[in-house]
Write a protein that binds this ligand. Structure first.
Ligand code: SF4
Length: 250
């Protein structure tokens, strides 16, 4: 729940709470649901705050990064959704941890971007916390049309998209930018993996890459999907090369 992770585009995960409810097609084969039900042996829809000892790890990580002069990216709520309604009573406590750990880059990815603006901390400011990147998942065009506007309605150091699992061809051209302040400056793309994985057409990924690079934004190709493979990221070759770009942060 709070640990070094195999997710290629981040450094660690931190789950302030665990449990969620499905909201769209991208949730159909939710890996968190399986993990919570099979390993933790409890209903996935029961959202629970995690232990204080786990939250304390964030401070230790930040101190360690500070001593090294480095920053650590942290994928926030990989087993839930940071903006889920059930966590409203706890979110201010989580925002305090985020605020007080300046050497961590909190990568907050949500499928509920319509709740971001009304659930920001009171001191978010004009540009957002300097150590928070906000993202939304857009698995298909319907999700892109519905969610991106909400994300762009909020100022943040970086705004990003996760197009994973990619379920169809997506046009996000009008929302992309090389500059973090002007639009979406980072796009992660990946196919679905695990039992029953829905296939991704290589042409969809190539087309998305071309949109992102055409706008001067950063593109990260995570995996093709299919059967689970710990080396999936190494094999994520798109037209002869890997794509592991990160956004430019000023
Ligand atoms: S929002 Fe994320 S964690 Fe929640 S059900 Fe959907 S895929 Fe799973």
């Amino acid at each position: 729940m709070g640990k070094v992770t195999g997710i290629a585009w981040t450094g660690s995960t931190m789950n302030f709470w665990v449990g969620c409810r499905k909201v769209s097609a991208g949730c159909t084969h939710c890996y968190a649901e399986k993990l919570v039900q099979d390993r933790m042996r409890r209903p996935f829809t029961e959202v629970r705050r995690t232990r204080p000892e786990l939250w304390s790890q964030a401070y230790a990580w930040s101190r360690k990064e500070g001593a090294l002069g480095t920053k650590r990216p942290v994928f926030t709520c990989s087993l839930s959704d940071f903006f889920i309604e059930d966590a409203d009573p706890w979110r201010d406590d989580a925002w305090k941890v985020v605020h007080d750990t300046p050497n961590l880059i909190w990568q907050i990815l949500t499928k509920r971007p319509e709740r971001i603006r009304s659930h920001l901390p009171s001191d978010w400011g004009e540009e957002g916390y300097p150590n928070v990147w906000l993202g939304t998942t857009v698995e298909n065009q319907e999700a892109a049309d519905k969610r991106i506007g909400y994300l762009l309605d909020v100022e943040a150091k970086v705004r990003f998209l996760s197009v994973e699992p990619m379920l169809g061809k997506i046009d996000v051209t009008g929302f992309l930018s090389s500059c973090a302040c002007c639009g979406i400056s980072w796009v992660i793309c990946g196919g679905e993996s695990g039992p029953g994985a829905r296939p991704m057409d290589p042409g969809w990924a190539i087309d998305l890459r071309d949109q992102v690079k055409g706008a001067g934004a950063a593109f990260f190709f995570k995996q093709w999907g299919g059967v689970h493979d710990k080396r999936a990221h190494e094999k994520a070759v798109l037209e002869g090369r890997t794509w592991t770009e990160l956004p430019v942060v000023t």
